[in-house]
Design a protein around this ligand. Structure first.
Ligand SMILES: NC(=O)N[C@@H](CC(=O)O)C(=O)O
Ligand SMILES: [Zn+2]
Ligand SMILES: [Zn+2]
Length: 352
């Protein structure tokens, strides 16, 4: 694939980190993931988190019922770990293909993580079982307490939590979700394997913390882990441009209603489903690394999760594409990442 190409066809991508929420929001946002992605790994942090098989099955059914005819994708479910998670429940969920992974939210680290895990020692038996059965552990990797600087949470987590966890469970498959720092990139470059990979979001590739304060505070760019300094953004961009197969696509599309974004104590999360794929393409092109686009979007993820690579393809053409300005939801709205902006690439054809 040359850098001057006007048309690119790649294997249809999957999104390995998606928040769809529920009810009204689910119904409105779901089509945007279906427009670009063949499969999506659904995060379990609903207001009432998905903590067992029963909740996993009913949430998947609600997702399938909300699916738009033209824009279908396969939802792959995850289970939310708490201090009360029962290893047998996870094992049944994994073998019955209800869940393909379990998610670790450190207590109070992000949206809906109040039922998260306070100490790794509380889930030792769960992790032992996951290691034994080959069930991947997905991690929101931030160590949060009032003494740790918000910009240092991810590095502290790697040092104080992830390192010991990997030493104790060397055969546990782990995805460090939405990495944001140079230290994390280095860590994955050094230790990445079939047991350790990381996802990277389009907003952490395109933005740094200056953008959050450009022309006044920008609540729509507030997400967790928070946007970091430009040196970290640069390291993330170089990581994907290097073609290292231990990084893959996880958009962390995280819709929140406008009123909750601009509120006092506004919520963290960026809804990027309408723009995520085209944003990734833009960054790969800027980095002159389009030859690695397909592996990042469509191969490295399934290889890690041990599932087949998609058969369908998606074709991009070099034609301006304007990103949806807003999505109305009742009397409120959700504003997407890159709302109203024009990107250089459009989708040419949707696979049958
Ligand atoms: N990324 C975010 O800022 N928010 C996510 C949760 C998460 O992925 O940490 C959300 O659910 O809103
Ligand atoms: Zn997270
Ligand atoms: Zn997320």
């Amino acid at each position: 694939m040359s850098e001057f190409e006007q048309k690119i066809t790649i294997i249809k991508p999957d999104d390995w980190h998606v928040h769809l929420r529920d009810k009204k929001i689910l119904k409105k946002v779901i089509r945007y993931t279906g427009k670009f992605y063949e499969r999506a790994l659904i995060m379990p942090n609903l207001d009432d988190p998905i903590t067992n098989c029963f909740k996993g099955i009913s949430y998947r059914n609600r997702i399938l019922k909300s699916m738009h005819l033209c824009y279908q994708f396969q939802p792959l479910m995850t289970c939310y770990l708490t201090s009360f998670t029962i290893p047998e429940e996870l094992e049944i969920g994994f073998f019955k293909k209800i869940f393909i992974a379990a998610k670790l939210y450190p207590y109070c680290s992000t949206t809906n993580s109040k039922k998260g895990v306070r100490k790794i020692s509380h889930i030792t038996h769960v992790l032992e079982r996951m290691e034994k059965i080959g069930m991947p552990l997905l991690i929101h990797g931030e160590k949060v307490n009032k003494h740790i600087d918000i910009y240092a949470r991810e590095a502290e987590f790697i040092k104080n939590t992830l390192e010991p966890l990997r030493n104790n469970f060397p055969k546990l498959k782990i995805v460090l979700e939405h990495i944001t720092t140079r230290e994390s990139v280095e860590y994955i470059k050094k230790n990445g394997s079939n047991y350790l990979c990381a996802t990277i979001t389009p907003h952490h590739l395109m933005l740094n913390r200056n953008d959050m304060f450009a022309g006044g505070i920008q609540p729509y760019l507030y997400c967790l882990p928070i946007l970091k300094k430009n040196i970290h953004q640069k390291a993330l961009r170089q990581a994907i441009a290097s073609g290292n197969k231990h990084f893959f696509l996880g958009s962390d599309t995280a819709p929140h209603l406008h009123k909750n974004k601009i509120n006092l104590f506004g919520c963290a999360g960026i809804f990027n489903a309408p723009s995520s794929f085209l944003a990734y393409v833009t960054v790969f092109e800027e980095m002159k690394a389009l030859k690695h686009l397909q592996a990042f979007c469509s191969e490295n993820g399934p290889n890690f999760y041990n599932i087949p690579i998609n058969k369908k393809t998606i074709t991009l053409i070099k034609k301006p594409c304007k990103i949806t300005k807003k999505i109305n939801i009742g009397n409120d709205k959700i504003i997407p990442f890159l709302s109203g902006e024009t990107l250089n690439w459009s989708i040419k054809s949707f696979p049958e």
